[in-house]
Design a protein around this ligand. Sequence first.
Ligand SMILES: C[S@@+](CC[C@H](N)C(=O)[O-])C[C@H]1O[C@@H](n2cnc3c(N)ncnc32)[C@H](O)[C@@H]1O
Length: 196
Amino acid sequence: MTGLPWDASYHDGPAPWDIGRPQPAIVRVASERGFAGAVLDAGCGTGENALHVASLGLSVLGVDVAETALTIAREKARDRGIDVEFAVADAFQLDRLGRRFQTVLDCGLFHTFDRDERTRYVASLASVTGHNGTVYVLCFSDEGPDTGPHPISQEDLRAAFNPSNGWHVASIEPDRVQTRYHADGAPAWFVTIKRI
Ligand SMILES: C[S@@+](CC[C@H](N)C(=O)[O-])C[C@H]1O[C@@H](n2cnc3c(N)ncnc32)[C@H](O)[C@@H]1O
C-alpha cells in the first residue's frame, strides 16, 4: 500500500480523510500541551495536523509516501507562514531519517496496515522514538455504529504495542475521527503509547 496508490488518492480533489482542518482530537491534545520536543507526524497527508502543532511553536517533521500530498502540505505552510518540514519517507523505514522524536503522531495510518505490517511499522516507530517518548494513534475503532473502513480493536492495539517490544499502552480512549463522508465523524480510539 505504498507509493503510487496512495499518491493517486490526492490527484482529484480532497481524499475522504482530508478534511481541510486538523482533527479535533489532535487540537484538544495540543491544547493540553500533549506535544513536546521534536514531533514526527507519520503519514501526514496534506499536513493539517502537523501544521497545527507547528503553529504552536514546536519543531515538526511530517512524512508521507505521497509526494502530491506533501506538495500540497508545503503550499499550505508557505501560505500560512508556518515553519514546518515535510519529507518523503516510508513509515516502515523511519530509521533512515536518522533522527529521534519525543512525540510521534499517527493520524489514520496505523489502521491502514494489516497485522504483519503493524509489526514492522511498530519496530520502525521504535527506531525513531526517544526513551520515554510518546506515540499518539488516532484510528478507526471497532465499537459503535457506522464504524470506519478499517476498524481496529483494543486487542489489536495492545498486540502491536506491548512491553516485549518496548512499549506501554498508557490509555485507549473512545473518540471520533472526522471524515468527509461522516456527518459527525466515525468511532475512533485515541491511543497514548509510551516508549519504555
Ligand atoms: C488515511 S491517510 C491520513 C493522512 C493524514 N494523517 C490525515 O489525517 O489527513 C493515510 C496517509 O498515510 C500515508 N501512507 C500510507 N502508507 C505509508 C507509508 N508506508 N509510509 C508513509 N506514509 C504512508 C498515505 O499516503 C496517506 O497520506
